[in-house]
Design a protein around this ligand. Structure first.
Ligand code: CP
Length: 304
């Protein structure tokens, strides 16, 4: 049995196979409409979500399966003190596969050690978010044709942004990818992620200036400042508007650059940017359902 806890649990070849399957599902969804008949997905969300939970649920319904679960810890027996391990041992009696989001880093890994069914990490604290990364990779590939040789700017909260950590790990395995890490000093990428970048041999640099980086980017990955991870509200209020992408700032970008954002957006991309053809973040949302369909099929051994 295989789980997906960290994007590096998948080899580059496995990622490629998942993206290819997601593409085939997108092209011919009717071919997959009965694949998960009588299978059940449990969505165990101990932290808020719109896209991840609902795209997992939509994915399972589109595969002909069913969904059960909860969307907040307070409506589960976690509120009575039940451990994550006991929760997944219990849910594994009812469901064939589990998608779990948890505010504590490592909780889905702990769950996977005791779960009788595959566990998918749907985001753990400020650590990892591998299914968002599959979504991001599918979007970059569909929009720009591939990954090798791209210059990718990641902007905003690189400290707490779990989507950033997983995306860097995934992209650093492709040749010639360069990273420009754009953040205020207090929200820089954690040291453990920098060490992993160094070990991968990827080319990367840090800057505080989005304007300075903009002209060289193939992809601009904007992120929200993660209010829920701050210890101090005053620090959040001071840092939340560090970067706001506007049509004027986008004027310095290449005509074929793409803007991605895992969403939700707060204030970091002006809505006036949404109609720019380079704004790919709502196409990215759509791709999320297809990669999750591909992942569910693969982990259940029901892929092509
Ligand atoms: N991208 C993402 O994880 O969004 P949600 O928090 O809405 O699931």
């Amino acid at each position: 049995m295989k789980h997906l806890i960290d994007i590096l649990d998948l080899s580059v070849e496995e990622v490629e196979r998942l993206l290819e399957l997601a593409g085939r599902i997108q092209d011919a969804p009717a071919d997959y409409a009965e694949r998960c008949r009588r299978k059940k997905l449990a969505t165990l969300f101990f932290e808020p979500s719109t896209r991840t939970r609902l795209s997992f649920e939509a994915a399972m319904y589109e595969l002909g399966g069913n969904v059960l679960g909860f969307s907040e810890a307070q409506s589960s027996s976690a509120a009575k003190g039940e451990s994550v391990s006991d929760t997944v041992r219990t849910v594994g009696c009812y469901a064939d596969i589990i998608a779990m989001r948890h505010p504590k880093e490592g909780a889905p890994l702990v769950a996977s050690l005791r779960s009788p069914v595959p566990v998918i990490n749907a985001g753990d604290g400020g650590h990892n978010h591998p299914t968002q990364t599959l979504t991001d990779l599918m979007t970059i590939r569909r929009e720009l044709g591939g990954f090798s040789g791209l210059t990718v700017g990641l902007c905003g909260d690189l400290k707490f942004g779990r989507t950033v950590h997983s995306l860097l790990a995934a992209l650093s395995r492709y040749p010639g990818v360069r990273f420009v890490l754009i953040s205020p000093e207090e929200l820089r990428l954690p040291e453990y992620n920098k060490k992993a970048l160094e070990a991968s041999g990827a080319d990367w640099r840090e800057t505080e200036s989005l304007e300075e980086a903009m002209p060289e980017l193939d992809v601009l990955y904007m992120t929200r400042v993660q209010r829920e991870r701050f210890f101090n509200e005053a620090d959040y209020l001071r840092l939340r508007d560090s970067y706001i992408l506007t049509p004027e700032k986008l004027g310095a970008a290449r005509a074929d650059m793409r803007v991605l954002h895992p969403l939700p957006r707060v204030n970091e991309i002006s809505v006036a940017v949404d109609d720019d053809p380079r704004a790919a973040y709502f196409r990215q949302v759509r791709n999320g359902k297809f990669v999750r369909m591909a992942l569910i099929l693969t982990l259940l051994g029901l892929g092509d």
